[in-house]
Design a protein around this ligand. Structure first.
Ligand code: SF4
Ligand code: SF4
Length: 101
C-alpha cells in the first residue's frame, strides 16, 4: 500500500510534504506532485503536513479520485524527483490545467 496525492494538490503545491518524506518518493509535475507507490513506505509522515489534506492513504482515497491512484503511479515514472520545499509563489499560478495535460 502507498499514499496518494489527490486532486486538491493541483491548486496548491506548497510542497511542505516533500520535506518530511524519509525515502524522497515525491515527484514534481507542472502543476502538482505525485507519490511513487513502489517507493512509499507508508509511514504517513506527509499526510498531516499537507495544509489542504490532499494526501490520502491508498485505502482512504475518495471514490471520485480513484483515477489519482493510477496517475500517481504513472507520472512518478516520468516526472523528476523533488526533495526540498519550494516557495508557493514559484508554483501556484499554473494550476488550472487537467492533470493529464
Ligand atoms: S503539501 Fe499537499 S497540496 Fe502542497 S504539494 Fe504537498 S501534497 Fe500537494
Ligand atoms: S507516506 Fe511516508 S514514504 Fe510515503 S510519501 Fe508520505 S512521507 Fe513519503
Amino acid at each position: 500500500m502507498a499514499f496518494v496525492v489527490g486532486e486538491d494538490c493541483i491548486k496548491c503545491k506548497h510542497t511542505d510534504c516533500v520535506e518530511v518524506c524519509p525515502v524522497d518518493c515525491f515527484y514534481e509535475g507542472p502543476n502538482f506532485l505525485v507519490i511513487h507507490p513502489d517507493e512509499c513506505i507508508d509511514c504517513a509522515l506527509c499526510e498531516p503536513e499537507c495544509p489542504i489534506d490532499a494526501i490520502y492513504s491508498e485505502d482512504e482515497l475518495p471514490a471520485d479520485q480513484e483515477n489519482f491512484r493510477e496517475l500517481n503511479a504513472e507520472l512518478a515514472e516520468v516526472w523528476p524527483n523533488i526533495t526540498e520545499k519550494k516557495m508557493p509563489c514559484q508554483t501556484t499560478r499554473i494550476g488550472k490545467e487537467s492533470p493529464t495535460n
